[in-house]
Ligand binder design. Sequence first.
Ligand code: PGA
Length: 223
Amino acid sequence: DLADLQGLKQGTLRLGVVTTAKYFIPHLLGDFCERYPQIEIDFKVGNRQQVIDRLSEGRDDLYVFSHPPEDAPLTLHPFLDNPLVAIAADTHPWAKRKSISLAEFATEPFLIREKGSGTRYALERFLKKQRLKLNVRMTVESNEAIRHSVMSGLGVSILSQHTLAFGGDAGLAILPVEGLPISSRWSMAHHKGKPLTPVADTFLRWAEQRTLSYPIEYGGEGS
Ligand code: PGA
């Protein structure tokens, strides 16, 4: 439209994203804000439960989940894979192994995200299916603190591969554990009943287009 062509699109874009998406969405915002300099961004990050709470209070225009709530009337736009991978310190003897069975992996001290985390939710569903229990050593409320604790040799964990992008894999190795990664996929979500603001709609289309050409394997191993 004309406003778009003239670069006049303005307003605030309110985004509420789960913590695994905070490594990725900002990389979309750089170009977006260059293209639409009049748009102001309000970027909120929380764990899955916190973002669900924001959603039920109607606080933001668009949400990013990998495990959207099942009981909410949402329109979902899946846009990118979010694989959950097993990690250990790169000095861990398993870092050199060709493969590790799930049963063996489960004996190692494990660092788990807090209740309310979508990463934990996906992990618990996976463990239930596999009839497996982990040897939990520590509950940690942050992906970064888990990465650093794993680096320091406190134990192993399972995190979104996106947490390892752009240098986040320093000091860490992705372990070839059988049955992993746990696959999930991010979706942009918004209330079914509530029309998107023009700014949110513009961002949604922008994100969908950009991620079409995005190499999924950015970050993680070998980068
Ligand atoms: P989280 O991230 O573990 O911080 O809740 C959510 C997700 O990727 O589902």
